[in-house]
Design a protein around this ligand. Structure first.
Ligand code: HEM
Length: 352
């Protein structure tokens, strides 16, 4: 039987990934301290959670982390994609780090295991070649004299306009996804559904992950009109009650209409409904003390910090292995902070 998670690797991919690494390093603002992530720089909290694997999963879902019912301690970093003001439309991230996960990881030896999710089901770039093209357009726009001349208009909007004319105009599918991605304005990260957008292995299957909030449990709150409104929402809601997300897998059931190499294509939920693998329980806590915010600043997430049973697949994921590692290494070097995986005890001590 053919492998449903089989990948198609273009001959020039290694060269393109090397270029993508350079482009992402160029996006770092090396003058600020600390040097922050080139993407998803702002976070709203450094949240403690339990990742509770469902008991009695059917045999076909019981692989890797989900092979047996057990609970992992977890950390969640909720972030904005680009904006410093939470009131503006943007992509939003949910990066999950599990602790005390036994077994070899694909990136490097560690006891941790990462999942990286976005508040959109689709990614706005289909492959590495296109991502390199988009970054070329973006870096040219940033260096262009036009944004400097048009000092009365928001710089970000002008850069986006230039990127549109040089790259996105000929790609309507990507443009639609990008528009949706940068216009999302959640009131709280705790009522948002997050998606991996790209596929991963679940043992012999290919699957896309998602985290779906349990809205029934969430306490009502009044949103604050502030550039940090998502941090306030997180602190207010988790200060009063528990929150939870269902961690789901949507299995690829038809390789023709559910491609591995193109995260701009939807996988039809009617053909393959997402299935629950675990519950993320967020206990009552204060997730945004100064110490916790600093702790999350100096962490690294990488989709390849995972068990082989959950190997990232598809070109965008293949590229992320080197890009995330290189960018994280550079910012840690410049900040004079060791790049290492956190121990559960030090994270728990900050939450005590
Ligand atoms: C080739 C495609 C991609 C590139 C080049 C890229 C690049 C980056 C970089 C450089 C970082 C900061 C890493 C660090 O400094 O530690 C980052 C973080 C992040 N990316 Fe991507 N990314 C890509 C695709 C994606 C996709 C498909 C998703 C969808 C889930 C995603 C979601 C995120 C999130 C949520 C973070 C924040 C992680 C954290 O909390 O530290 N990215 N990305």
């Amino acid at each position: 039987m053919p492998d449903p998670a089989a990948e198609t690797i273009p001959a020039d991919e290694a060269v393109l990934i090397a270029r993508l690494v350079e482009q992402n390093l160029a996006l770092l603002n090396e003058r600020e301290r600390p040097v922050r992530r080139g993407q998803h720089a702002k976070h709203h909290g450094c949240v403690l959670a339990d990742f509770v694997v469902e008991p009695d999963l059917p045999a076909e879902l019981r692989h890797g982390l989900f092979a047996e019912a057990r609970t992992y301690k977890a950390l969640i970093r909720f972030s904005n994609g680009e904006q410093r003001d939470d009131r503006k439309g943007d992509a939003h991230g949910m990066a999950i780090k599990l602790f005390d996960v036994a077994g070899d990881k694909l990136l490097e030896p560690s006891d941790t295991h990462d999942f990286i999710l976005l508040d959109q089901p689709l990614f706005f770039i289909r492959d590495v070649a296109d991502y390199v093209g988009l970054f070329d357009a973006l870096l040219k726009a940033k260096a262009s004299v036009v944004p400097k001349l048009m000092f009365f208009a928001p710089r970000f909007a002008i850069e986006l306009g230039l990127v549109y004319f040089s790259f996105l105009r000929s790609r309507p599918t990507e443009l639609e996804i990008l528009k949706r991605t940068v216009s999302s304005k959640p009131q709280t990260p705790l009522a948002t559904t997050f998606h991996s957008t790209t596929p991963y292995r679940l043992g012999p299957h290919a699957a896309r992950w998602s985290a779906v909030p349990d809205l029934g449990k969430l306490p009502k709150f009044t949103a604050v009109n502030s550039p940090d409104k998502l941090r306030h929402a997180l602190a207010m809601q988790l200060g009063g009650a528990e929150a939870s997300f269902d961690f789901m897998a949507q299995l690829q059931t038809d390789p023709a209409t559910m491609p591995i190499e193109d995260p701009t294509q939807p996988w039809d939920a009617a053909k393959s409904p997402p299935r629950k693998l675990a519950t993320l329980r967020l206990p009552v806590q204060r997730p945004d003390t100064q110490e916790l915010m600093a702790f999350c600043e100096h962490l690294s997430f990488n989709p390849w910090r995972c068990l082989a049973e959950h190997r990232p697949i598809g070109g965008i994921n293949r590229a992320r292995r080197q890009v995330y590692a290189a960018v994280s290494r550079r910012r840690h070097e410049l900040n004079g902070v060791p790049q290492r995986e956190p121990a559960l005890a030090e994270f728990l001590a900050l939450h005590a």
